[in-house]
Design a protein around this ligand. Structure first.
Ligand code: SF4
Length: 315
């Protein structure tokens, strides 16, 4: 008998959870959710091997609406949780979703650590410049001097540029999209997932309830696509000698504030991932036989040498 293996082709609907999103009508996050469902279907992601990790905030509810493995963790700690998962089992596809406050204020130090390691995972930053869940306080990306309606005075703090932080920390794929452009957001998230190394996609995602300044109209007057404005735009580092120039051009674009470029700013797959480095430097069997696939007990007794494990794994 010939056994024919049929690969199940999934649709965006197959990844959609039955629970409807608890977001305000018109919230930009709906576009990101839709883009994610499309990408998972296009890549035919296996739900049991795809992990969505979030912290706290309106955006961090997203994993509840997707039919994959998910972890809704604590404020600012989605990145280390995700890195732990990925390093325990590099065969998983791991993605962090979160807001600008969760990822770049309370969780900012973890972004720095992630970039330095270049672990093969993706961060989707759902950026609305306010803390929507707690009624609209200033988030770290809110420009200096703006006064959305929850603030009783203009913002006295300078805004942080997450793209520059990602580049400085060592992320090897950095892109920006706009949530109401679902097709473009899906395209960039897909490229980020296919990238080998740490990827960050900032998605500008209006909070229609609390950010009454950075509205859909505000963004649509400013956003433009890098590749449309300059058909020669090529963010990919093809040779290490190009790296300085590609970074310099990326930084120039990241610093634009009057207009907001969308697209891929920087992509470099010549940098080894942490997983590859670990296998090369410490354990050649790591990628084939990672910690999550190793036995933990035999005949009812633990086979873990805890002290050896700590000495081997803590870096
Ligand atoms: Fe979206 Fe803002 Fe409503 Fe939160 S408060 S769900 S970010 S519109």
């Amino acid at each position: 008998m010939t056994v024919v293996k049929v690969e199940l082709k999934r649709t965006p609907q197959d990844y959609k959870w039955t629970k409807p999103p608890e977001w305000c009508p018109g919230c930009g996050h709906f576009g990101i959710l839709q883009a994610l469902l499309q990408v998972f279907a296009e890549l035919n992601m296996e739900p049991s091997r795809t992990v969505l990790v979030s912290g706290i905030g309106c955006s961090s509810r997203l994993p509840h609406y997707v039919r994959t493995v998910s972890a809704h963790t604590i404020h600012g700690r989605a990145v280390p949780f995700a890195l732990g998962l990925k390093l325990a089992n590099p065969n998983l596809e791991v993605m962090v979703v979160g807001g600008d406050g969760d990822l770049f204020a309370i969780g900012g130090n973890h972004i720095l650590g992630a970039g330095r390691r270049n672990v093969d995972f993706t961060v989707v930053l759902m950026d609305n410049a306010v803390y929507g869940l707690t009624r609209g306080q200033a988030g770290p990306t809110l420009p200096l001097g703006l006064q959305p309606k929850a603030l009783n005075k203009p913002n006295p703090q300078a805004d942080l540029n997450p793209l520059l932080v990602a580049l400085a920390s060592g992320f090897t794929f950095i892109a920006r999209s706009y949530s109401y452009d679902i097709r473009y957001t899906a395209k960039l998230i897909k490229e980020a997932m296919l990238h080998k190394g740490s990827a960050l996609v900032q998605v500008l995602s209006p909070c229609v309830t609390y950010n009454n300044i950075m509205t859909r109209e505000w963004y649509e007057k400013r956003v433009y696509k890098l590749e449309e404005a300059d058909p020669t735009w090529d963010p990919v580092v093809h040779d290490e000698k190009e790296d300085y120039e590609k970074r310099r051009r990326a930084i120039e674009k990241m610093l634009e504030i009057e207009r907001l470029p969308l697209g891929i700013f920087y992509k470099n797959e010549l940098v080894p991932t942490f997983e590859e480095r670990y296998a090369q430097m410490y354990d050649p069997n790591y990628l084939k036989f990672p910690p999550a696939l190793q036995p933990i007990e035999k005949d009812g007794k633990s086979v873990i040498d805890f002290y050896r494990l700590m000495a081997d794994r803590i870096l």
